[in-house]
Structures are given as C-alpha cells and as structure tokens.
Design a protein around this ligand. Structure first.
Ligand SMILES: *Cc1c(COP(=O)(O)O)cnc(C)c1O
Length: 830
C-alpha cells in the first residue's frame, strides 16, 4: 500500500499549510468586505461562496497570465474548440481540487464557522448546454488544460441556460434558469474585447483591377460580441486555458436620434433584438431548432471566434498564411459549421488570398465532430433564409459547392445520384444548405464519437464522402474527466482506489487495472460495497430531505438518468416496472430483489411524447409506491431538474446503469462511462460506446440485451409492427393493457391510449421487440445481486477496466491524430 492513511484527492503544496490557510482566510474576508460589502455576521452561504471563489480565482490568475504569454512566446499551436454548448456545472470544487487546495480551504473556513459543503452547494449550476454534447465540451476543456494543450473554448454566454424543470402533478413545467442572478465570480468581463458581427444587407462587386473583382459585404445590421473569460484549470494546476463566451450587445445602445424624437420603444426594440441573440439556450436536444434566431446565434459566435483568433494570430505571427500551422479549429457538431464560409470570406475578401490557397488554408485548419446519425437531426437551413441573413456566405457556399461538385464529376462522370448525394445544397421540397456536408467538405478530419457510431457514419449518412475522401472520416471515442466524475464526486471510492492501487491512479487512469486481482478478494469487496452503501445513504438522505420520499439504501439502485427521448427508451424501463409490479403481486412470496428505479431527465419543452413519458413514470410511481402488497420490493422515483450537480450525487450511488437506447441511435453516451467508472453494472444494448465498455469490462460484467443495429435495420425495413411482438409476450401484453385502460391514470383513463396505440402500430424505437429480452436481462441482474460476492466482483471490475474512457485519452488522440499538437503528460493509452 502506497498510502496507508485515508488519502484525499489533492496534492499539498510545499510550504507551511497553516500559513497558507491563514492567508487564504484573510483573502476571503477581504473579498467579503470589499468586493461584496458584507460583514462576517451578515454573510450568507452565497456570500461566502462568492468571496471564496474570488479568493480561489486570484490563485489562478497569475498562472493564467504567465502561461498564456508563454504560449505566444513559444509559438505553440493553439486549439480552438467551438461549441454552442458548455454544460459546466459548478466550478468551485473542480478548481479547488485541481489547485490542490481542498485541505487549505477547509482549514481556512473552519475558524470562520463556515461549512464548506453549504458553501459549495450555494454555487449555481452553470447549465449552458442540453446534455451529452455540452458536457463533452466541458470535459474536453478540463482535459486540454490537464494535458497542457494551449486552448480556447468559444461559445455563447447565455443569460438563461437550460430551463429549470419543475414537476407538478407528474407533468414537466419549464422555468427560466437564472444562473447569473447573483453574479458569476469565475468570469472576467472583457468589454474591451469585442467584435462586430454583421447580418443581412448586400454584397457589392467592386472591380479593383482588370483581373480582380472584390466582393464587399455591407451588412444591413450589426451586433457586438463582447467577451467574458473563465479560466479553466487543469489537474494539479498544470495549465490554465480560457473559456471565452460571447455576449451580444447592440451596436448603438440606444439610437439617440430616435430616442430624442420620442420613439423610445423603437429605439429600445433594436437593442432588444440585438441582445436576444445571447438571451437563451435552445432547450432542444438531438433535433435542430430550425429558427432564424438559432442561425443568428450560430453565426454570431462563429464569426466572433474567427475574428478573435485571426486577430490574435496576426498580432503574434503577422502572416495569415501560417494559420494552419499555429491554429486547429474543432467544430463540436455542425452548429459552428458556418465557420467554413466565414474563414474563406476573411481570407478571400479581407486578405486578398486567391481561392485555391484560401480553400487549402481553411481545410487544413478546420476539423469536425459529428454527433448524430439521425437524418432528421442533421442541420440544414433554407437557402432563402441564408441568402437574406448571410448573403456573402451563401455566395461562397455556392462557390465551394461548384468546385466540389466539379471535382466529384471529374472523377465520377455520369453519376447523378452521387452528385446530389454529396451536394451542399439539398434540392426537393425547398432548397436547403446541408451544414453537415459543408463541415465535411471544409475539414481535413471528421470524427464520430464511438467505434460503432464512426463505422455507421462511414456506412450510412457519409458513405459517399468516405469513398470520395478516403481517410478523412475517423473515430474518437468520447471520454469523461475522471477528476470531476470520480475524484470529486466520489471521494470515498477515490480513497479506496488510492489505497488499493497507489496514488498514481490520481494521475494515470491505467493504474485502475491494478484493481483486477483485488476484485475477487472478499475483504476488498466489503470495502467497495461499504463505499457504495455510504453514497447510497447520502442520496437517500437528499431524496428524503428534498422530495419527501423514502428509499432504502439496501435496495438495488437502478438508475436511468439522461435527457428524456424516445430513442433512449425510458418507456421500455417504465413498462418493465409495470410488468415487475404485476409479477410481484401475483407471486408475493418469491424472493424478489428489492429495487429502486431512479429516473431523472428533462424533456425538450416542445417534445410532447417525452413529456407524456415523464407523466407515465409518475403515474406508475404513485400506484406502485403506495401499494402495500409491494412492500418496498419495488419503488419508482423521478428526481426533478436533472443537471450536472444532481448527476454528481446519483452516479456514485448507482448499482445499475440503464443504457437501453435502440441500437444504432445513441452516438456514444457518456453517462454510461460515468456510471461504470463508479462501479455500476450496465444493462444495455449494443449501442454507442456500450460496445466498447463491454469489450473492456468483459461479457460477464455487463448485461447486454436486445436487437443489434443490423437487426433493427431489418425490422424497420420489413415494416414489422409492435402488435406482433406484443402478441408473443403475455407479460408485455398485460402491462400495456393496464396502461392503456387507465389503471395508472384513473383521473384520465385515455391518457396513454395513443401512446400504446403507436407501439402496436409502428413502434419505430422497437420498445416491444426488445421487451422480453430486456425483462430477462433484468432478471439476470437480480440474480447477480442476490450473490453479493459475484455482484461486487463485477462492480469492481467495471471500475478497474474503464480507465480508457478518460477524456485525457480522447483528447490525446485528437491532439495526435487531428490537431497535430503535443501533449505534456502522456496518459495511459492501453
Ligand atoms: C453526462 C451527462 C449527460 C449525458 O448523459 P447520456 O446518458 O450520455 O445521455 C447529460 N446530462 C448531464 C447533466 C450529464 O452529466
């Protein structure tokens, strides 16, 4: 054992810790008095949080400034990660842990009578994202800092992040999230850093010489993008990067002329229109928003990012032609795909670079991450809208397309199907610009986010591109940062892992493998189970205090936490609960495994079917939880307002991880990685990264069920309907009949009639086809649970074998194979 005492995930700084704590205490009190204007006695938890955050931020700033300057001096290549979403969550614990200040903060606050935990939860949860895509961006920012890769994240500083979910009578209601209400102590407003973003207007062709026509875009409207910077600290304070979020301001705050002439409303309305761009995050996940405001958001932050990085590049290096050597731009999904046209515009229109060279620079600089295969989720914009909002970009997209199609035609004469398949313009019901195609054509690398997803990209939506551009499509399986998703959210397990594998697990996820031989050890299993028990007790206390619900920490915690989506199939889980409920009532004396089914997740506000599924979960919960014959053998709970902070409570307490999407539909998933890392066993389909989790944890330590991607495709092609599967399964039939008949909705017996009818008819997501296989897999889970030695061995082997899913590994792969930048600390790549 390397570290005999209970270790903490921190690294005490050299020097006198007592002095350090005293110094930090003095800074905190100074901030409280002079930045917040509060006395010690009048200060609330929130005030202590802000004062502490400001004190911690001071510690970050010196390094940040030094490291940023060093990057420019060394000429190191910069990565720019463009994402419309960053699902950050709280930052205090993250920064304190990464700076190694956990003990110092505790010692600093103790004599003040301030509880660090109360202060921690006073921080609002920054939810500038919907789900997995935004959380990935946040994990990547942390990993890039930890690996010493100089990087900027660029996004939008939404006034209102993802809505707050309130459940009333089982129905979801959305309320605005006001994360900025009490100020944001982490960020630095940079009013001096702003860029002018144009919209609309006209393009004039100016003949500058006989050989050359210059195109001058005269926007009809401009908006200012103002920078707000948040420093992102890497593990052990190794490096500090910048998350730069843009806020929209009207160019002339109030048109004085209009104001003076009495048109106050008119003068204000322009300001409102401009500033609406960064007002709110579109609350839709996995489906394009489609509105003009969304396109304005996309261009707003893409243009601000490009202007910003080009200006920086020119200031440091002086020559725009060296951009691809010094800059790598990564597009997180197609939301920033307009960058392709914007960079061309800057090169061709503003820097007089000839087309071929400009196109070469563009492609060598940009790369694109695809997040979805669903054709209906691929972004496209009506040509007339693009023409009106971004007239010069539309011209450039036509030109890119013309050259692109010429090239394709040259190599594939007479292939009309191919030409229309790879065109940037979709013909047919109204012409549209395909943003995915623009991103593929304008990038040197395109990646999917799991092995299966990347293979399917090559076989389906990008098959033609894969043949045209061999080698451009690649895979980068997603990852999660182990600092947040293990060390910070699960200090109990982290302590045990350090005890078992040595302190190197804090730096090298590969060291988790040392756990393998211990997984069968009864003494170790006991400790592992005890950690899980304590985490479940903490979750049970939260559920009791906040939702007045009692759950038993000795029951199996069966967890499905993610956005509510038909393809993620929460419905399958709820129907299984109904079937299990029936079985328990019909055989009450059988040795059932006590189980708590925990759901959490938000539905897009306009997604009625998803909201109905939330209602069904509540209706089933009410009936099951109040039935005395069930005797706590089954409990169903839905925890409202799923966000990063709630995930940090649930993940360490989960026994079973539900990853049950229809095969071929989940690009990767990252919730699956968080849960496996924290010792939950997965019940899942062969979808997304589940496939790779299975390969690593071993077939015996995961419960796989259901149709494969190919079988799903066959089912759909054959037009197989749910009715056939329902007829074959007595259990499913009975469960659906009850739901349909209003057993769970006596107040409105027809509430679920259409829902069940759609399962009988089309059942696109194959809930019925997979039901029996899922039900059987759940019984295998229960059987394993009844054998604690077998269960805890599997649980420990999950933790031991998923080190590869560290986002440090993912980022190291991007760095080496896409960005061509060095990493400072080489992570374990086994
Ligand atoms: C990890 C995470 C997600 C993604 O979960 P999936 O199960 O991969 O869909 C979504 N929301 C939050 C808050 C998360 O932390």
């Amino acid at each position: 054992m390397d570290t005999p005492t209970m270790p903490r995930p921190e690294h005490p700084a050299p020097g006198a810790p007592a002095d350090e704590a005293a110094a930090l205490r003095a800074t905190i009190l100074h901030k409280l008095t002079y930045d917040l204007g509060k006395s010690r006695l009048g200060a609330r938890d929130r005030d202590w949080f802000i004062a502490t955050a400001l004190a911690v931020r001071d510690r970050i700033v010196d390094r940040w400034i030094d490291l940023t300057r060093a990057t420019y001096q060394s000429g190191a290549k910069q990565v720019y990660y463009l994402s419309l979403e960053f699902l950050i969550g709280r930052l205090l614990r993250d920064n304190v842990c990464n700076l190694g200040l956990v003990g110092t903060i505790r010692d600093a606050l103790e004599p003040l009578g301030v509880d660090p935990e109360k202060l921690r939860i006073a921080e609002p949860d920054a939810a500038l994202g919907n789900g997995g895509l935004g959380r990935l961006a946040a994990c990547f920012m942390e990993s890039m800092a930890s690996l010493g890769i100089p990087a900027f994240g660029y996004g939008i500083r939404y006034d209102h992040g993802l809505f707050r979910q309130i459940i009333r009578d089982g129905w979801q209601h959305e309320f605005p999230e006001d994360w900025l209400n009490f100020g944001n102590p982490w960020e630095f407003a940079r009013p001096e850093i702003s860029h002018t973003i144009g919209f609309g207007g006209v393009v004039e062709a100016v003949t500058v010489s006989e050989a050359r026509v210059q195109h001058v875009w005269k926007p009809g409207e401009t908006v200012q993008a103002v920078a707000y910077d948040t420093p992102i600290v890497g593990w052990r304070g190794a490096h500090v990067n910048t998350l730069r979020l843009w806020s929209a301001r009207a160019t002339d705050a109030l048109k004085l002329e209009a104001f003076n002439s009495g048109d106050h409303i008119g003068a204000l309305s322009e300001k409102v229109r401009a500033e609406s761009i960064s007002k709110l995050l579109y609350p839709s996940d996995e489906s394009p928003a489609g509105q003009e405001l969304r396109l304005r958001q996309e261009y707003f932050f893409s243009s601000a990012a490009l202007q910003d990085l080009v200006r920086r590049h020119l200031r440091v290096y002086g020559d725009i032609r060296s951009l691809p050597d010094r800059v790598a731009i990564q597009l997180n999904d197609t939301h920033p795909a307009i960058v392709v046209a914007e960079l061309l515009r800057i090169l061709v229109d503003l820097h007089d670079i000839a087309w071929d060279e400009a196109w070469d620079i563009t492609r060598r600089t940009i790369s694109y991450t695809n997040h979805t295969l669903l054709p209906e989720a691929l972004e496209s914009w009506p040509v007339p809208l693009m023409e009106r909002l971004l007239p010069r970009h539309m011209q450039l997209i036509y030109l890119i397309n013309a050259f692109h199609l010429d090239e394709v035609r040259g190599k594939n004469p007479d292939d009309g199907r191919l030409l229309s398949s790879v065109s940037l313009i979709e013909e047919g019901h109204g012409r549209r610009v395909r943003m995915g195609h623009l991103a593929v054509v304008g990038s040197h690398k395109v990646n999917g986010v799991s092995a299966l997803h990347s293979d399917l990209l090559k076989q389906t939506i990008f098959a033609d591109f894969h043949r045209l551009f061999p080698g451009r499509l690649t895979n980068k399986t997603n990852g999660i940062t182990f600092r947040r998703w293990l060390q910070q959210c699960n200090p109990g397990l982290t302590g045990l892992l350090v005890e078992a594998c040595g302190a190197e697990v804090l730096d090298d996820p590969g060291a988790l493998e040392k756990l393998r031989p211990l997984a069968a050890d009864a003494g170790f299993q006991q400790k592992f189970a005890a950690v899980k028990r304590a985490n479940k007790q903490a979750l049970a206390a939260l559920v009791r205090d906040q939702y007045q619900l009692k759950i038993d920490p000795d029951a199996l915690f069966d967890v499905q936490i993610k956005r509510i989506h038909e393809y993620k199939r929460q419905l399958l889980n709820v129907i299984e609960a109904v079937a299990l409920y029936d079985e328990i009532r019909s055989q009450p004396t059988k040795d059932w495994t006590p189980r708590v089914k925990i759901f959490a997740g938000k539905a897009a506000s306009s997604y009625h079917r998803a909201k109905l599924i939330i209602k069904l979960a509540h209706d089933v919960a009410r009936v099951v939880n109040s039935d005395p014959t069930v005797r706590n053998l089954l409990k169903v709970v839905f925890l409202p307002n799923y966000n990063v902070s709630l995930a940090e409570m649930i993940v360490p307490a989960a026994d079973l991880s539900e990853q049950i999407s229809t095969a071929g539909m989940e690009a990767s998933g990252t919730g699956n990685m968080k849960l496996a890392l924290n010792g939950a066993l997965t019940i899942g389909t062969l979808d997304g990264a589940n496939v790779e989790i299975k390969e690593r944890v071993g077939d015996e330590n995961i419960f796989i069920f259901g149709l494969t991607t190919e079988e799903v495709a066959k089912h759909r092609a054959a037009g197989i309907q749910g009715a056939a599967a329902i007829a074959r399964s007595r259990r499913l039939q009975e469960a659906l009949e009850q739901i349909e008949a209003g057993v769970f909705s006596p107040d409105d017996p027809t509430r679920y009639r259409d829902l069940v009818a759609s399962l009988r008819a089309s059942d696109y997501f194959l809930v019925t086809a997979d039901f029996d296989s899922y039900y059987d897999a759940q019984r295998r889970v229960a059987e394993r649970w009844r054998n604690p030695a077998a269960w805890w061995q599997s649980a420990a082997l999950n933790t031991a074998n998923v080190g590869w899913f560290s986002s440090d590994r993912t980022i190291a792969e991007y760095a080496e194979e896409i960005w061509n930048v060095p990493v400072k600390r080489s992570p374990d790549n086994r």
